[in-house]
Design a protein. Structure first.
Length: 276
């Protein structure tokens, strides 16, 4: 391991802060990481770095929802064993998570390379406008569907929203929460379903990227800056998720509309068609 580049480590910490803060909120973490990398002169950090920071966000979300995950898993197993109706709601919710994961899993496998190779700052700006506009449309919607009221159609439509978020600038959490609210889910149900959908897709991405991570030729030299980014992302994701839950309860999603429009305009003005 060579001399530590303190400036590079600090830049990685900033990227970790950006990834961690924007992952849970509806503003597109992938788009913001690309923007931050552009501003910091880092260029594309590569698939390995994306897998690393996404894994940190995944661990934070797993920890945050650990009780729900354990309950869903245990009750689903108990339902399959006993067919007891008291466990059926959790079993159905687990099945709907699987159904909602399918669109993003299939389209991500088929189109991810094409999407990432054809993105520029203007693309991110336009997709931020789309995200902001969609948030504005659902700003006053209040559904009445709880976990036990979700249908297969609802789960698939929310899954399509998650698939749309493969394009940087379209927020994953935003697309799934917007879709969930649009099909009539309560806000707390929409939030939980959104982040439960994130878990299997993220785990799949980590598994698929494991070989690339192990084959990374510079992983020893990058160990300290990447570790700094990982730890920063981990803690920031957790605290950003807690903060966002408060925003959801207060019904202030409209603020993210203004933010997406503002950042989109800045991107078009200052970066135009620049690649990240």
């Amino acid at each position: 391991m060579g001399d530590i580049d303190i400036i590079f480590v600090l830049k990685m910490i900033i990227i970790g802060l950006v990834q961690g803060f924007t992952e849970p909120i509806p503003v597109s973490s992938s788009g913001h990481v690309m923007i931050a990398s552009k501003i910091l002169g880092l260029g594309e950090q590569g698939f390995t770095f994306a897998i690393l920071t996404n894994t940190a966000s995944l661990l934070a979300i797993l920890y945050f929802y650990r009780e729900d995950i354990v309950r869903l898993a245990l009750n689903s197993i108990l339902f399959l064993k006993t067919r007891n109706e008291r466990y059926k709601s959790d079993f159905r919710f687990g099945c709907f998570i699987i159904i909602g994961t399918i669109p993003a899993g299939v389209l991500g496998f088929l189109l991810n390379d094409y999407i990432t190779e054809n993105v520029n700052m203007a693309t991110i700006a336009i997709m931020l406008f789309v995200t902001g506009g969609a948030l504005w449309l659902v700003r006053n919607m209040k559904g009445n569907k709880g976990e036990g009221d979700i249908t297969i159609k609802d789960a698939f439509l929310v899954g399509l929203g998650q698939a749309a978020a493969l394009t940087p600038g379209i927020s994953r959490s935003g697309a799934t929460i917007i879709s969930a609210i649009a099909v009539g889910m309560k806000q707390d149900t929409a939030l939980r379903f959104s982040f439960m959908l994130y878990i299997p897709v993220s785990i799949g991405g980590v598994i698929l990227g494991l070989t690339d991570f192990l084959d990374e030729p510079n992983k020893i030299d990058l160990a300290i800056p990447y570790l700094a980014a990982f730890i920063t992302t981990l803690f920031m994701t957790f605290f950003a998720l807690k903060w966002f839950m408060g925003i959801m309860k207060s019904g202030k999603l409209i603020y993210f509309t203004y933010y997406c429009f503002f950042v989109g305009v800045l991107l078009l003005v200052f970066f135009g068609n620049d690649r990240y």
